[in-house]
Design a protein around this ligand. Sequence first.
Ligand SMILES: [Zn+2]
Length: 507
Amino acid sequence: MVIQKASPISINMLPQDPLISRPEQVQVDRVQFGDNLSGPRLHTQDSVPVAKADSDGNYLYELGTPEFDQVNTHGIVSRALATYERYTGHVMPWSFKGPLQVNPHAGEGKTAYYSRWDQSINFFQWDSPSLGKTVKTSQAFDVGSHEIGHAILDGIRPGLLSGTEGKAFHEGFGDSSAIIHALQYDTNLQQILTDNGGDFSKPSLITRLAEEFGTAFNKEDDNPNNDDHPYYRTALNEFKYKDPKQLPSDSYPPSQPEEVLTSEPHSFSRIWSGTFYSMLGALYNQCAGSAPSQLEALRQARDVLGTVWGQSLDHLPAANLKFRHVASGVLREAAALEGGKYFDSLAAVMLDRNLLTQEQVDECHQGPKSEVRLTAFPQTRGGAQDILAQLGRQDQGWTPELALPGAEGRRVYTFRSPQRVELDLGARGPAYMQADAGLTLVFDAQGKLISEVATPLSTDDRADLQRDARAMADSGQLVGEDGIGPARLVSRREGTPEFQVLPVWKD
Ligand SMILES: [Zn+2]
């Protein structure tokens, strides 16, 4: 699939959080907006009439109208998607057919969510006593970019539903999406440099995620420790990677102070969002040495980060993801970009965060152990099965999952191997779940295998799944078979019910 050539129109939208930015006219691709906020990828729905394009195709509504919120949300998610498509060079598919429904006024609440089941992203709002206004997530740049991040990641790797690190990476991917998307607007770049003076160890517009939502949320929750935090999460942190089983567990929203890292996915995700921000800082410092201005250094750093990040997604595991796989994928791309000139800067970040050992960093310069060259890219599952035979992996229960376009004309094949994991859900009794081992194979445009990422399900991984399932059962988060929630129990004829993690990502 080739990205359609853009035909630009103008929309009014907030290029950052409503607490710190004013609406701007932004250019977007007309195809994704149509005459009524409806295109092949995104379709906005509302209980009030949906905004219409003017006679020139533009959407220039004023802040304060419901149409502004609709256009703003559609604009944020569309531009975040376009940012990924530009850096990867290919269409980012959804995990379902048809357009994603965008619901800017989904109801009352301090939340937003993406649901594969409903094929929708949903934005809620509430009357905030602390700010004396209605806080609308439909106006929140970081929230919109985060939620569409869930949809984008789910499209390329639908197998990242379970496991502490897979769930946490989904959240870290959302926050990384908010950061890389915010860097696409010059007004934001200028404000970042005004805030931090070019010192990326200091807070700025780009470190503070969901300013208005967080400012109100923090003042109104039961936690007195966060009342003065002007964000919902910050990417400015020094968290080092730790095995999640060595960390305390927590509920969500967090009951622990911000400084405490827990195994709850949103908390644990901060290791990745902190790493992502540190990569930006390291690249900025390197680019500042030769760029004519701070602004130009930041633009260069942004595009290096966007390129290695976008291209590294090809290497993501199909299931059972760990942060170290993500870090290795990034360094693999950094080794190949511009003669590896940014490799050392980014490797230093991965080492500092304990994401990789020096030996694992060195391995990022090497290709896969197996030498396989395809003469043609298989288009069918049967064809993908033949690749396994060439690799000597045909007997390991791998089921072909997806054949995806990759960066630079690559082809990416994902496979999963379903395995039964027995669970003890305490008062809810015994259950089982299906968890997957994953295999990702990446071929370059000439058909040469360039990476092979296998993620078998270890005893440790099974214990992690048991811990997570038990925590959900103990805290009453299991929902009925029809309900919405993080997981459910489904009766099975043979007796033991099946525990299923649901494809819905809240916040
Ligand atoms: Zn999320």
